[in-house]
Design a protein around this ligand. Sequence first.
Ligand SMILES: [Zn+2]
Ligand SMILES: [Zn+2]
Length: 387
Amino acid sequence: MLSMRVLFFLLAFLSLNVAHAQVFRIGINPKQNYSRVKFSNASSNYLIVGDSILIGILTANASCEVVKNSSGNLDVIFEGVRKAGLKNIKLIGLQNEGFVSFTGLSPITKERSFEGDFSIGLFSGKLKVINEIELEDYLRGVLESEAGIGQKEEYYKVQAVISRTFALKEINKHEHEGFNLCNQVHCQAYLGKGSGIKSIETAIQKTHKLVLLNTSGNFAPTYFSANCGGQTCDPIQVWNHSIDGIYSIRDTFCIRTKQAHWTSSIPYSDWKKFFVEKYNFPIDDSLSLRFLNDFPLVNRTGFYAHPGYGVPMRDLRERFNLKSSFFSAKLDNGKILLHGRGYGHGVGLCQEGAMTMVKLQYDFTQILGFYFPDFRLDYAFNAKFLE
Ligand SMILES: [Zn+2]
Ligand SMILES: [Zn+2]
């Protein structure tokens, strides 16, 4: 067991070590209402600290559990001893690039390894697991989760800039829950430390501190989706409000990729029922009925057939579980056949289009410039404070 004096020096040393790094607090699976979690398989020693008092050292072969007890406080169970009635527990790694596995025991969630430290606390009576990690280390996990393995380094550079910009722009997104960002798609997928892919590491280093700034000098909104279907989407069509610097552009880079086209078939009765019951669609009018049964695809549009009918394409996407809100419709033999384009909301950067651009030897600055023509690449420290 370490003495308090040794602990003091260790903590002072650790805080000196990270003095210049930007540490993010990432909520791990915050929608899970955990009552029992476990930490194990540490790559190096971790201090277990409960309410600022050292409880023990988690070594590679050991594990510790944190339980929310019946009086609403936290207990730590370590080496068969229960230390009860705590408010906050920290796991502090003693080695750079160390990692530890986190598992939910109640409810059960998959074991995943994370770099950085952990802070387990109570927020509005709920147990919250927060991974405290430097931005660039966090990005390694994000890039593998969001872009997958097997991409070219240049593509990872694109993703590094947009994910770094997103993290900095949305740093207060979960402020009301006691952390910066969550590890889910709601913010950016971050499924742990990643598997050490060299091209991800290099892409992060080569774009170090680079972000996109908007014309006011603030962090830019760097939305992206899997495939835009040949035309990116104006934010107003999906989210009902416009976003400065993001508008619809033509994209010929993604139209021959695997998610460029989709089809779907819906029973006509379901289709008609939805239009009539939800939107009072005038099927007694022959022109309107013709639209209901035959809507050709030309350009992306916010509303089906005509804005006057008030049927948003995004509502149809949600109701019929479609890959995108960019499609045509035609009645055929008692069914409505939909021919659609793209996958995802379609706003901002198109991932499959960007991958094609990489194959065609465009570099990451050109790719970002194509999808975000109004934003400029700059260092994060040149950003103004957010409005
Ligand atoms: Zn989130
Ligand atoms: Zn595209």
